[in-house]
Design a protein around this ligand. Structure first.
Ligand code: PGA
Length: 256
């Protein structure tokens, strides 16, 4: 199992240029020197290119929050994977539950985005997770299976590098983080799926997302199956995001 940790700041529809620049200036001095920790920031599209300059050589990667599946064309308002690469992105978040819920994204559509992102050289951060209703019906694993199967079967070959974020919909932005047992159960299922379908050919990190803060991250970050976090609200302030990372490092690799 991979022993590094990956933290992704999902800013959603927040921050002007000035606010984004201020975040980066405040955040960079707190960067861990550990090469076991990787960080990406997913700002709104408008901040990708300006932040690229500030992050250059700093070991903080840029991620987009979404993309279109075509490289170019008459798709008003859309942004393509090659454009994201051009703006400095290495990662793209795909299948976030807010995209599924508010923009009607289906597993098939997410699969098309996944294929074209990989073709452009981006590493997808593929989000899966159940609603409260499905959890209460005891269908969490069934939903995860469907979301992974229907989307990932569109890839002809397993990718060389991949990230999956388990984000229970009921935990996103609600302050209600999943329990360590719930996280372990879902992560165990995802790791088993990857083992069954992709054997050991793919270097895949499995993250947790949903109301993660510096106060709760150490409850589950000691578990090797959890390899990082996709963070929304707590990633908007440089001090809370860096504290969350420090807490995770302390939990994962305690000082002797
Ligand atoms: P949250 O968002 O940390 O604010 O719950 C997580 C996400 O939506 O990726």
């Amino acid at each position: 199992m991979i022993s590094s940790l990956f933290f992704v700041a999902n800013w959603k529809m927040h921050k002007t240029l000035e606010q984004g620049q201020t975040f980066v200036k405040e955040f960079l001095p707190h960067l861990s020197s550990s090469n076991k920790v990787k960080i990406a920031i997913a700002p709104p599209f408008t901040l990708l290119h300006p932040l690229r300059g500030l992050l250059k050589g700093k070991n903080v990667f840029l991620a987009a929050q979404d993309c279109h599946w075509e490289d170019r064309g008459a798709f008003t308002g859309e942004i393509s994977p090659p454009m994201l690469v051009d703006a400095g992105c290495q990662y793209v978040i795909l299948g976030h539950s807010e995209r599924r819920k508010y923009f009607g994204e289906t597993p098939l559509l997410i699969g098309k985005k996944l294929v074209s992102s990989l073709k452009a050289g981006l590493s997808p951060i593929f989000c899966v997770g159940e609603t409260l209703e499905k959890r209460e019906e005891g269908k969490t694993k069934k939903i995860l299976e469907e979301q992974m199967q229907e989307t990932l079967e569109m890839l002809k070959d397993p990718p060389s590098d991949f990230v999956i974020a388990y984000e229970p919909v009921w935990a996103i932005g609600t302050g209600q983080v999943a329990s360590p047992e719930q996280i372990m159960e879902a992560h165990g299922f995802i790791h088993q799926w990857l083992q069954n379908h992709w054997r050991n050919q793919v270097k895949c990190l499995v993250l947790y997302g949903g109301s993660v803060t510096s106060d709760n991250v150490s409850d589950f970050m000691g578990e090797p199956m959890v390899q990082g976090a996709l963070v929304g609200g707590a990633s908007l302030q440089a001090d809370s995001f860096s504290r969350l990372i420090q807490e995770s490092i302390a939990k994962r690799w305690p000082e002797p």
